[in-house]
Design a protein around this ligand. Structure first.
Ligand code: SF4
Ligand code: SF4
Length: 81
C-alpha cells in the first residue's frame, strides 16, 4: 500500500527530504504523498523513512492503494528504471 498523511500533520517538512521516491510534497495545509510514487520505501529502505522521522505520527496506510510487496517493488523499479 502507498502511505498517506492525515490531518494532524504540522507541515514541519521533516519527511519531504527523506523520501527516496520524491513522493512527498507540501500541500495546503498539510503535506501530501503521491500514491503513484510511494512504495512504502520498498526497493530502497527496510522501513518507511517518512514514518521514522515524522514527529506527529500522522502517516498511515492508504486504504485506497492495496498493493503487496511485489507490486511495490515493481513500482519502485518503474520509477527508477
Ligand atoms: Fe516516500 Fe517511503 Fe514515505 Fe512512501 S513510505 S512516502 S516512499 S518515504
Ligand atoms: Fe507532516 Fe509528519 Fe511530514 Fe512533518 S514529517 S510534514 S508532520 S507528515
Amino acid at each position: 500500500m502507498a502511505l498517506m498523511i492525515v490531518e494532524s500533520c504540522t507541515a514541519c517538512d521533516a519527511c519531504e527530504p527523506v523520501c527516496p521516491n520524491d513522493a512527498i510534497s507540501a500541500g495546503n495545509p498539510i503535506y501530501v504523498i503521491d500514491p503513484m510514487k510511494c512504495t512504502e520505501c520498498v526497493g530502497a529502505e527496510d522501513e518507511p523513512q517518512c514514518k521514522l522521522v515524522c514527529p506527529a505520527n500522522c502517516i498511515e496506510q492508504n486504504p485506497d492503494w492495496v498493493e503487496d510487496k511485489d507490486d511495490l517493488l515493481a513500482k519502485y523499479q518503474q520509477l527508477h528504471g
